[in-house]
Design a binder for this molecule. Structure first.
Ligand code: DAH
Length: 347
């Protein structure tokens, strides 16, 4: 074999030894065995040789090509096997690792509280009903003993939808469902009404322009203030703990007489006075009272035969008090970090 071929063989074999990637392998093949490669051009050089050397030279080049092809095949097998091994290693899944649970969605804390409260009243015989959020001012105000010119009408900062022929509003409270319910059925009535309400309001830590209330209404013969006190005390103890003390004070709402505000002793300081209860020891939960005779008359109930009581509370406020939430705006910002905290504490 000529020196030239020997040199070529040594060089090609050495290079092949040092190759470790598929790319390098392809380059090597092009350089030595490809159509423009060195072995091929050596073969072409045969015509420059003296005639008697040609057969031996041709054989030597062929032998070289076969040897290099064999070496290449072996090297390629090696490299492909190594890269397959690496891929299998890199992409391997350890099936013995514990799985990752997908994040499950959950009910909103307000929805959960509505369910808790309606369950408590359900056990005391109250049906849950719902009503329209877009409401006629007759139901939102007039039938509730709050006529057009009544100054108290301003208390419910209302969002109006129409005010030409009829006044149509986004209900500022759930009280209109008292009227709608009593229009539909004869006494006895025992309902609770959860639902969304709206007010024309500047937002701050305790005011939202949309929020939720639960209304309660009981009408029957011989319904008294005592029933109201017992029912609300039971509700407060179910939601805030059996040891709660309750307080009723006079308050004014046009649709009840007498009207009361209902409070519980502060569960954070047990009545000794703290930031949550503004140092008073008491936390006001809701407004209530004996249904005003004018309201009963509006729905055709005889106030001499029937009496009743009603209450209304803001649900966000109840959730805030129960879990020490300081800003009502958290409820509607959709921040999962806030919302997911309730996954465990509320059923
Ligand atoms: N509707 C009242 C409000 O939004 C709350 C309320 C007070 C409802 C007294 C009642 C009640 O049924 O008797 O502020």
């Amino acid at each position: 074999m000529s020196d030239e071929l020997e040199r070529l063989e040594r060089e090609a074999t050495d290079k092949l030894e040092s190759i470790s990637t598929e790319d390098e392998l392809a380059t090597w093949y092009r350089t030595y065995l490809g159509r423009q490669g060195e072995v091929t051009s050596a073969m072409k050089g045969i015509s420059q040789r003296p005639a008697e050397e040609r057969p031996a030279f041709g054989q030597a080049v062929n032998a070289l090509r076969n040897a290099l092809q064999e070496a290449f095949d072996a090297r390629q097998d090696n490299i492909l096997a190594a890269s397959l091994r690496k891929r299998l290693n890199d992409e391997a899944i350890d099936v013995t690792l514990p799985g990752r649970l997908p994040q499950a969605g959950n009910l909103h804390p307000v929805t959960k509280m509505i369910r808790d409260i309606t369950r408590v009243f359900g056990l005391m015989g109250f049906q849950t009903v719902e009503g329209p959020e877009v409401e006629d001012a007759y139901y939102a105000f007039d039938a509730l003993n709050i006529p057009q010119d009544h100054p108290a009408r301003d208390v419910w900062d209302t969002i109006f939808i129409e005010s030409d022929q009829r006044e149509i509003v986004l209900r500022p409270h759930t009280s209109p469902m008292q009227i709608r319910t009593m229009e539909q059925v004869d006494p006895p009535v025992r309902v609770v009404v959860p639902g969304r309400c709206y007010r024309y309001e500047a937002l701050d830590a305790t005011h939202e322009w949309h929020f939720h209330q639960i209304e309660g209404l009981a009408v029957d013969t011989n319904i008294t203030m005592t029933d109201l006190k017992g029912t609300l005390a039971e509700f407060a103890r179910q939601i805030f703990g059996q040891e709660r003390k309750v307080r009723f004070r006079c308050d004014y709402f046009p649709f009840v007489e007498p009207g009361v505000d209902f409070a519980i002793d502060c569960m954070f300081c047990e009545g000794s006075g703290c930031r949550v209860c503004s140092k008073t020891g008491w936390i006001e939960l809701l407004g209530a009272g004996m249904v005003h005779p004018n309201v009963l008359r509006h729905v055709g109930y005889d106030p001499d035969e029937y009496t009743g009581w009603a209450f209304g509370m803001g649900i966000e406020r109840i959730v805030m008090l129960k879990y020490g939430i300081e800003d009502i705006r958290h409820f509607y910002q959709g921040d999962v970090r806030f919302l997911s905290q309730f996954n465990r504490v509320l059923a």
